[in-house]
Design a protein around this ligand. Sequence first.
Ligand SMILES: Cc1cc2nc3c(=O)[nH]c(=O)nc-3n(C[C@H](O)[C@H](O)[C@H](O)COP(=O)(O)OP(=O)(O)OC[C@H]3O[C@@H](n4cnc5c(N)ncnc54)[C@H](O)[C@@H]3O)c2cc1C
Length: 435
Amino acid sequence: MREVSSWGRLGRVPHDVVRPAFLDELGALPGTAGAPLLCYGMGRSYGDVCLNSGGRLIVTDALDRIIRFDRERGILRAEAGLTIDRLLRVTVPQGWFAPVVPGTKFVTLGGAVANDVHGKNHEHVGTFGAHVTALGLLRSSGEMLTLSRDENAELFAATIGGLGLTGVMAWVELQLAPITSAMIDTETFALDDLADFFKRAEESRHWTYTVAWIDCLAKGAHTGRGFFTRGRHAEKGDLTVHKPPRLDVPFDAPGFLLNTQTISLFNLLYRHRPFVLGEKRMHYEPFLFPLDAVAHWNRLYGRRGFFQHQSAVPMANAFDTTRKLLELTAEFGEGSFLAVLKLFGDEPSPGLVSFPLPGATLALDFPNKGESTRRLLDRMQDVVLGAGGRLYPAKDATMSGEAFRTGFPAWRKLEAQRDPAVMSDFWRRVTAEAA
Ligand SMILES: Cc1cc2nc3c(=O)[nH]c(=O)nc-3n(C[C@H](O)[C@H](O)[C@H](O)COP(=O)(O)OP(=O)(O)OC[C@H]3O[C@@H](n4cnc5c(N)ncnc54)[C@H](O)[C@@H]3O)c2cc1C
């Protein structure tokens, strides 16, 4: 047994870990006999969707070969352990970009499908799953199935955003997006308050990428102040790929490092960095993956780890709910290091249990201070549910079963398609008391 944790580092749990190097080794793995199994990509989920305490964990990072790449049409098929990091290294020089990228490129294709991840361009292109043209899925029956919108369509829909529960994805095929430069043309504005965010977001709808950084310790009339950034791929420039991270956090930072004072100082500095504002042409790396500059930054939160709250609320309630969530955060003074706010569009996902909905999404990190942090997260959950919203399983470690089932009413259909040999700590937690 080996102890494994996820990105939030809230605990290390024992698993029977296997790390296949070739797809044909997967065939021997499933089977309903024995402990339940689960795949683990890069463990960039914050909570327990990628954990399976006491069970088998199939770590997929060595399954990272490109199977075929049609450079004319931009269609790439690769083993599901291929990371977006490696994918971009191969495709950018050929003029193709991943259609959707989350805030880190250190995620596997399998992980991106299982959480149906979204990027800063959700309003234009929807989720990752919308660009998946086919999947290879191994079931515990031993069958290797090809899934697409036309073939095994129900299982395809259940697998996109299916939290890894429908079986082991062996390969993923996706349609890439054409680019003519690795550079992004960006514009950044200061936001005075939350109303400013919604105004900027509305007038920026024609920009490919939009996101806001919010100072989550600002109170009263300043609630929602921060920066708004928008960007689009430049038309001219080199097709140069990104470089590996230059900085590392080699060990756990002491718990006191990220206290309310240091965090508010950080936010203040960020707000007043004059070079942030205005028009800039920058490489896709700092624009799309700013946190990747520092490897293992999650160690900054110390030994006890950290939580993330990420919610999505319908547009009609977006302003009031976001304000309530930011006010609660400031009131509790738990010290959020990161507050990211953006709008989701109405592009439907092909997935059954996908997180985004038309509206706004807010993401905040909280150092784990125990009970007080959990109380805050519970309060935030209630606000989100009351507004007809939902929490993101990829980021979650605390949502109640009821909150999950209310937020994702199609969960029973996913349960019906779940492979009987597969289970996760998340699924155990949120379905436990459901009849
Ligand atoms: C800094 C940072 C920024 C982020 N920004 C965003 C963002 O902007 N948008 C967003 O949507 N998410 C974001 N995330 C979350 C991240 O994109 C997701 O959690 C993603 O799923 C992680 O991929 P992974 O390869 O690490 O998968 P893991 O976290 O290891 O696993 C995630 C799920 O995928 C399943 N899985 C993995 N491989 C397979 C396979 N081969 N077959 C079947 N199931 C499989 C696992 O069982 C698990 O359920 C961010 C995370 C970090 C750390």
